[in-house]
Design a protein around this ligand. Structure first.
Ligand code: AMP
Length: 142
């Protein structure tokens, strides 16, 4: 199972902000779409960072007032771990587990073509388990 198969169901929509955006715009996007991260893109539409709700919480502790008016680039993670569309779900799970992250962008070359969250992984694993159980039930009863 490649991440491309998951994207086929989920779609390619990824929420992103420009690296010139302020934290308050990112917070509004996270809240409006009920998501945990936004990707940060430069003016050439290249991925330059990822900003998670955790980064915002961390920044709000070190900079109690005024942090909402800072640029996202100040709080984002710049070294983004990504996978190509051909990566397997197991590879994504390994990255998430080893690096303790819940989101992995999918890059085709340098173009963002999707994002897999830990929620997508769990959903797929549950669907697979249910399918296996149904196949076993069919096998036993036939
Ligand atoms: P998350 O668990 O994904 O909400 O993010 C936890 C921390 O890891 C935050 O500091 C994020 O900026 C960072 N992070 C999230 N996803 C990635 C990623 N794919 N590559 C690198 N850092 C990430």
């Amino acid at each position: 199972m490649s991440v491309q198969d998951i994207l086929r169901n989920k779609g390619n929509k990824v929420f992103s902000v420009s690296d010139k955006s302020k934290i308050r715009e990112a917070i509004a996007m996270l809240n409006e779409h009920n998501i945990g991260v936004v990707l940060v893109m430069n003016k050439s539409d290249k991925l330059v960072g990822i900003l998670s709700e955790r980064d915002i919480i961390r920044r709000s502790l070190t900079q109690e007032t005024g942090f909402r008016d800072e640029l996202v680039s100040k709080s984002m993670t710049k070294n983004v771990l990504t996978v190509p569309p051909t990566a397997t779900l197991d590879q994504v799970m390994e990255i998430m587990t080893n690096s303790r992250i819940r989101h992995v962008p999918i890059l085709d070359g340098d173009k963002v073509v999707g994002l897999i969250s830990i929620g997508d992984v769990v959903k797929k694993k549950i669907a697979d388990t249910e399918q296996e159980a149904a196949a076993l039930r069919d096998y036993i009863s036939s």
